[in-house]
Write a protein of this length. Structure first.
Length: 176
């Protein structure tokens, strides 16, 4: 759950829930730490983190001073839970941990931002949902100039062979 300031485009995370099945839990504190770290990483990817280049290709976000990363003050408290389904594939019955937060939080946060702006007609925002991008979407929606979120695939896709299809007659014997 997020809150969007319609005047500035600033997004504030309010609530995040993650549930993992890491098999047998051996150390609950480590499991919770992995879940919290995964959520922080995924939320950061959705709202702040980006690699930025100038027109000449110079990396502008080369240091942690330039690369937007959140602090604990930028994030909400995380609600985490576990199910325990031990795996038979190893003697301890353990699995990986933190994936639900790492993988799931990025699209969950992006969808929450889009949902918060849906009343304006916003249907898509590119990641990260920076204040500038969110503000621009709000202004475009208010002025009736929102871009259509659909983008045609690049023309090169039309030239790619279709998996399982017979090659076109002119392509027979050609190296692909």
């Amino acid at each position: 759950m997020v809150e969007v300031d319609l005047d500035t485009g600033h997004v504030t995370p309010l609530r995040h829930i993650a549930v993992d099945d890491c098999g047998r839990v051996l150390n609950p504190m480590i499991v919770e730490g992995q879940q919290h770290g995964g959520a922080a990483q995924g939320i950061a990817q959705a709202l702040w983190e980006q690699v930025v280049y100038d027109a000449e290709g110079t990396l502008l976000s080369a240091t942690l001073a330039d690369y937007a990363m959140p602090s604990a003050a930028d994030l909400c408290s995380f609600e985490v839970a576990n199910t325990e389904t031990p795996t038979p594939l190893n003697p301890l019955g353990v699995k990986g941990i933190g994936e639900s937060a790492t993988v799931g939080s990025t699209p969950a946060v992006q969808n929450a931002v889009v949902d918060a702006l849906s009343h304006l007609g916003v249907r898509h925002l590119d990641l990260p949902c920076t204040p500038q991008r969110v503000w621009r979407a709000i202004r475009d929606a208010e002025s009736g100039t929102l871009a259509d979120p659909w983008r045609e695939p690049p023309p090169v896709f039309a030239t790619l062979p279709v998996r399982g299809a017979a090659p076109a007659p002119e392509a027979e014997g050609a190296d692909i």
